[in-house]
Design a protein around this ligand. Sequence first.
Ligand SMILES: [Zn+2]
Length: 391
Amino acid sequence: MYESSSFPTSSPILVFTCFVFGYSHPSRSRPSRHLLFVFVRTHSAVQGTPLSATLSLVMSQCCRKIKDTVQKLASDHKDIHSSVSRVGKAIDRNFDSEICGVVSDAVWDSREKQQQTLQMAILEHLYQQGMLSVAEELCQESTLNVDLDFKQPFLELNRILEALHEQDLGPALEWAVSHRQRLLELNSSLEFKLHRLQFIRLLAGGPEKQLEALSYARHFQPFAHVHQREIQVMMGSLVYLQLGLEKSPYCHLLDNSHWAEICETFTRDACSLLGLSVESPLSVSFASGCVALPVLMNIKAVMEQRQCSGVWSHKDELPIEIELGMKCWYHSVFACPILRQQTSDSNPPIKLICGHVISRDALNKLINGGKLKCPYCPMEQNPADGKRIIF
Ligand SMILES: [Zn+2]
C-alpha cells in the first residue's frame, strides 16, 4: 500500500478507484476495514444508475480485485497475528519479572556505591566500544567525575584503531615503536606485523615502488631471528613485482584479512600493555548473567519451597558453581581435594615437596607435632617447605 497525505477523501468514487489501484489513506490504521467501508459507500453512490457494459466490466473486475485483496490481507494478518500472539506468550513464559531475590543487598556497601559502580561499568564499556561522545554525555548527565587518566588509554586506543580501519599504519607504528621493549616482554609480534603490512602496501604499488620496498625491508632486521620464514616470503615476492603480485604465488600477501588481523593483534596487545581487558567487563558480566540467572532463579524457587533463608550466604561468592562455558574461562581454579572447597586468596593452594597440592587450611589441619604427612603419599615433610601456587 502506498501512502498519500494529499489524497482527497470527499469523493467516494475517487477513493474507491484509488484504493483499487493500491492507495490508502495514511490515517486509516486498519486497511481491510477501510476497504469494506469504501466499498459500501461507493456501492450506495452508484446504486440506481444504469451501468454501461464497459463500466459494468470495470466494476466487476474491481470487485474481484477487492475480494482478492481482502482475502490476501486477511490471510496475511492471520499469519502475523498468530506469530505476534506467540511472542507475548514466550515473553510471559521466559521472563521473570521479579529477580531481586537472587541478588543480595549485602554485596554492595551502599546504594550510592552500587549506582556509581554501575555507571562506571557503563562508562568503561562506552569508551571501550569507541562511543566517546555518548560516554561524555553520560559523564555530564550522571555528574560522574572521571579524570583524564582513566579516559586517556581508551582515547589513544580508539584513535589508533580508527586510523587502522582507514588503512593508516602511521599512528599504530609510532605507538608500537615507543612501546617496543614492553611489547617484546609480552612476546608480541605487533611491530613486525605492522612493518610487514607497510612493506606489502609498497609491493602493491608495483615495480616503481621496488626501491622503496627494498629500503623499507631494513625495518625487518631486528625481527630476523624470530620471523625469518615470513621475511623470506616477503623477499621472495619481490621477484614477481614486474609480473604483478596478484598473479603470483604470493597473491595471498595482498589479502584484506591482514588488516582485520592487525586490528585484532593491536587491540589484544595494547589492552594487555595498558592493563585493560580486551572484552568490555560489562559485556562479559551481562553474558555471564544471562547464563547464570535462570540457574539462580531455580535455586531461589527450591529454597523458597523448603523455606530456607536467603540464596546468598557469602558476600562475594555465588551460592553454587555455575558452568558458564569455555568462553568465560579466564584462569584455572583449584579445589582442595581434602576440604572440597575452591581455593581463594585467604586459603591459597600449597604444593607439598612430594608434588601433591592441597589448600593451606587443609595443610594446617594435617600438621601433627610440627610435621606433615601428605594425605596422598606417605611422605613426611616440614610444613614450611610447601610452596604457594598461583594460577
Ligand atoms: Zn604427597
